[in-house]
Design a protein. Sequence first.
Length: 100
Amino acid sequence: MTARSSEDPILLCCLLWAHEGKAEALHAYEDRVLELIQEHGGEVVQRALADTPGQPDEVQLFRFTGQTALDAYLNDERRTSLAAERDAAVARTELFPVRF
């Protein structure tokens, strides 16, 4: 396998669990921040909402043009300024690279 460049495309899966009774708040927060992805060379490939206890409340697949684009999204002040809203709604997040 060849080494990955910092500017190779990145495909990520994000699993999100809400605090008890906060699934709608989690979805509302995600509605706001996911709008920013495209501005940073990213794309929401798929977004799914679930209602199964114990499983993630939301599953997302993202594609970014590279690490620089991902970092720009993660550090976007409009996103980071919502940290309190996120913390109130999101109990757990798992983010990991995937491939098709």
